[in-house]
Design a protein around this ligand. Structure first.
Ligand code: 4AD
Ligand code: MG
Length: 482
């Protein structure tokens, strides 16, 4: 085969001059044609578009051409030509074809037809090869990059916080244990309990649910930091919004109060969405069409706003900011509630909002993103700053259409006594978290932070309906294949 440097399809589709030779490599999506000419749609993952390869059948070995089936990996050297039929400016007229990897067409699960997302979840090792999952992977990468760009431009430092930890940051007790003890025969204390002193770390450890506590330590020296790491929750929530392993971005900022925190959260989300619009338009257009096809049998009022329009809408409008207690009043007095349309009743101040309530506020009432603040202390974590009313804390949840909660955060309690008292009240082991409390003894200042669930962001930006489809290899109850 002629030695020419490989060009990626995304690059090739941008060229304007023709007549030169090019080499492309990729996987065959489809092959069609007749005894004279074959058309191969080739994809190499660099963009949503396939490159059309035109093959003059008589110039090639018949047996060789037979091996070019859907899924096969091939390398082509050919002339870049102007294309009339393929919907693209250029196509390749093959001069040399090399088969890099055969694909047993009869056994290949990805036939060139529409497959259900459920089925594709069962073949997650191959689903990257579909248009949908290729698009999602590219958008996901763009969002990762935009997160780092946003914070770098603002002078935040990225901090790696531990994945194995001995503390439960959210105090919800939903942790996966990490141990090297023999589960059949663990060492026991005199009281008959498992003796974690004998364990690898000399104490009971788990996978982290959040990098926040360590993030706070860094912020209280470095000013503004963010973490971006995997987090793990052993909550048995088999929903389309929950994963057992998900990625979270957690900025933490010294000297910020709750208003500063909300400003940052809103600016951050808008930046990410604008980045997607500016850099991922081809993939977004595809994903928009996918969603419209999926919803075409729904009634008009049940369909979601067109994806790109929805993203532009969020950038263009201020988020509503509302205290939790006002939201409760609003929900109780809503027609929706009076007609008994909520599955979970709202009892008044103190009830935790279900996603149906959050989505009612965002989708039906305000019709834009909402930030709820000042939640009851009893339904929020121990570290949130206590308000003077003695019953609420300086919490904030950012609620998005179709998603519900996309960000959770708060101003932090910086007062040593108040924090220690709250930890005791909530059974958070203050002695073991001496290092966290220490920051409130040595130069404590007002500070705030939040956590953005990266896959929830991905749901919003891609318009996908199930969180298991926006992470390559989902971890959820009874789901850990691949
Ligand atoms: O509201 P959460 O539990 O807040 C924290 O973990 C804080 N430590 C964040 C902080 O203040 N630094 O989680 C934050 C976000 C949620 O708003 C949601 O987007 C996402 O993480 N999230 C999940 N995403 C997928 N699967 C799950 N099981 C999730 N649980 C939370
Ligand atoms: Mg939350």
């Amino acid at each position: 085969m002629e030695q020419i440097r490989r060009t990626k399809i995304a690059e090739l589709l941008k060229v304007t001059e023709t007549g030169q030779l090019a080499n492309v490599k990729g996987w065959v999506r489809t092959k069609r044609g007749n005894k004279q000419v074959n058309f191969i749609a080739l994809n190499d993952g660099s963009c949503i578009h396939n490159l059309q390869i035109v093959v003059d059948v008589p110039n090639f070995d018949e047996a060789e051409l037979k091996r070019i089936t859907t899924g096969a990996a091939i390398s082509i050297v050919g002339e870049v030509c102007e294309s009339s039929g393929s919907g693209q400016k250029v196509e390749i007229h093959a001069k040399e074809i090399e088969i890099l990897g055969d694909c047993d067409a009869d056994k290949y699960p990805l036939q060139p037809k529409k497959h259900s997302l459920e089925f594709l979840r069962e073949i997650a090792h191959l689903r990257f090869r579909t248009n949908t999952f290729g698009a999602i992977a590219r958008v996901r990468h763009a969002m990762i990059f935009a997160v780092h760009e946003f914070f770098t431009q603002k002078g935040f430092l990225n901090i790696h916080t531990p994945i194995v930890t001995a503390s439960d940051a959210e105090g919800a007790g939903e942790m996966f244990k990490v141990t090297t003890l023999d589960l059949d025969n663990p060492p026991k204390t005199e009281e008959g309990e498992i003796d974690f002193k004998e364990d690898f770390f000399g104490k009971a450890t788990n996978l982290t649910v959040s990098g926040q506590l360590e993030g706070e330590l860094a912020a209280l020296a470095l000013g503004e930091i963010y973490t971006f790491g995997p987090t793990f929750r052993a909550e048995n929530s088999n929903t389309s919004r929950h994963l057992a392993e998900f990625w979270m971005i957690e900025p933490e900022m010294a000297f910020y109060d709750l208003d500063d925190n909300m400003d940052l959260a809103e600016e951050f989300l808008k930046y990410l969405i604008k980045y997607a619009l500016d850099n991922c338009m081809d993939d977004l257009k595809f994903l928009s069409q996918r969603l419209q096809d999926e919803e075409k049998n729904k009634k008009a009022d049940e369909r979601t706003m067109e994806l790109i329009e929805k993203l532009q809408f969020v950038i263009a409008n201020d988020f509503v900011r509302l205290p939790y207690s006002d939201a409760i009043d609003l929900l109780i007095n809503s027609k929706h509630n009076k007609k008994g349309k909520f599955k979970y009743p709202i009892d008044g101040f103190g009830s935790d909002l279900q996603s149906e309530h959050e989505r009612f506020l965002v989708e039906k009432h305000f019709k834009k993103p909402v930030i709820l603040t000042d939640y009851p202390a009893d339904i929020k974590a121990f570290y949130m700053k206590q308000n003077d009313d003695g019953r609420t804390v300086r919490a904030m949840d950012v609620l998005f259409p179709q998603i519900g909660e996309i960000i959770g955060g708060s101003q932090r309690e910086e007062d040593y006594e108040k924090l220690e008292r709250r930890m005791k009240e909530m059974d958070v082991p203050a002695e073991e978290m001496w290092w966290y409390l220490d920051t409130r003894r040595f130069g404590s200042v007002q500070h705030s932070g939040f956590g953005l669930g990266f896959e929830r962001l991905m749901l919003f930006v891609t318009g996908m309906g199930n969180i298991r489809d926006v992470i390559p290899f989902p971890r959820a109850p009874k789901t850990a294949e691949f």
